[in-house]
Design a protein. Structure first.
Length: 380
């Protein structure tokens, strides 16, 4: 889909690499420019091929350039001259100090799409602050919906980094479509704070309309989402939403028809108001049976339900296997890399079936620079 599109990825951490990986999955030629010591998420392993780096860097070529050296900066500029997208996640002002000011780059390559990802944007009192995933979650307010104030600890997967990468990818794709019509490049800016807030718009709209500050249970009460432990110490979840048929199906699966006449649970609104009481009633029942039996009964009653797998179990799920959600790539020296496949199908197939494994540090430096030298030689 993006064959013929070249992307240069500058910066480290997760956000820009995630954006670059998605563009690479869609067929773009992504050149990851790394400093001599490499992306810090390569890890401290001797092979500089740590799991976090591997997770976010397939379908890329690695070129090592020291941008404090004039010759290497000139090499990067020569690459930019024939590039479609320049992606970075530096703090505001870093590109200017490296001689890569947006206006100067636009003058060199008017068709260039520049996308800068920052923690807090290019204006405001926080613009120069460092920002990582937990910081984005905290300042956006979304962290308050995840952290238990009675048991304080940071929890969960990478959210702010990844959703910011998704927003950046959407912006870049839109700019490429526009450029195809106008021939004009764009300067795009995406920041972690706003991207994280935009990821959960219902939270903020709910507050502005009602004035009620949401907490960890606000959404699950209204969505009637529950997690239960079964007699064999396994976990499952159900999500009833607002449809009465799912409530009736649950009562049938549990053989708990007496709850249908309980005034605390008469209709969706009452069940939301009395969420904790309902949770306790249901929990006691699920503790009396095995998960496999409950899931069968819930499925037969058409209730949205699923086991709560750990990550290893999820990879073995029959639906994951049927979809082909896990892909394998082989690096010539690092071996087989298993990762989650691009989740987009185009005409029934993954957009890029022959993927490349994450690159070793500087694996393609000579190849890319030799091509630039040859082009320069022919131009003379």
């Amino acid at each position: 889909m993006l064959q013929g599109i070249r992307v240069i990825e500058l910066g480290t951490v997760i956000t820009a690499p995630y954006t670059g990986m998605m563009l690479g999955d869609l067929g773009a030629d992504v050149i990851k420019v790394e400093r001599p010591e490499g992306d810090p998420f390569r890890g401290s392993q001797s092979d500089a091929y740590g799991s976090t780096f591997v997770a976010y860097n397939r379908n890329k070529r690695s070129v090592v350039l020291d941008l404090t050296i004039e010759a290497d900066r000139n090499a990067l500029l020569a690459l930019i001259d024939e590039t479609d997208v320049l992606l970075d996640n530096f703090r505001p002002g870093v590109l200017d100090r490296l001689g890569l000011a947006p206006d100067a780059l636009r003058h060199r390559n008017p068709k260039l799409i520049q996308c800068s990802i920052t923690g807090f944007g290019s204006t405001g009192p926080y613009r120069d602050r460092p920002a990582y995933d937990a910081i984005g979650l905290a300042v956006s307010g979304i962290g308050s919906l995840l952290v238990d104030p009675e048991a304080l600890e940071s929890i969960g997967p990478t959210i702010s980094d990844n959703v910011t990468g998704l927003q950046a990818c959407c912006a870049i794709l839109a700019a490429l479509v526009e450029r195809g019509k106008t021939g004009r490049g764009r300067r795009l800016e995406v920041n972690m704070l706003e991207a994280t807030m935009a990821f959960a718009p219902d939270v903020f709209t709910g507050f502005t309309r009602s004035g009620t500050v949401p907490d960890r249970l606000t959404r699950v009460k209204n969505s009637q989402s529950f997690a239960f432990r079964c007699a064999d110490n396994t976990l499952l979840t159900i999500h009833l939403s607002t449809q009465e048929k799912f409530w009736n199906g649950l009562l049938k699966a549990l053989n708990a028809h007496e709850l249908a006449t309980d005034p605390r649970f008469a209709g969706h609104r009452k069940r939301a108001e009395n969420y904790l009481s309902l949770r306790d009633e249901l929990s006691a029942r699920f503790l009396n049976g095995l998960r496999v039996d409950w899931l069968q009964r819930l499925t037969d009653a058409d209730v949205p339900a699923a086991p709560i797998w750990n990550v290893g179990e999820a990879l073995k799920d029959v639906q994951v296997a049927a979809l082909g959600s896990v892909c394998e790539t082989e690096h010539p020296t690092r071996g087989i890399v298993r990762s989650i496949a691009c989740p987009i199908l185009v005409d029934g197939e993954r957009p890029r079936r022959l993927m490349s494994a994450p690159p070793a540090l500087g694996e393609h430096t000579q190849e890319v620079l030799d091509r630039l030298k040859e082009k320069s030689r022919k131009a003379r």
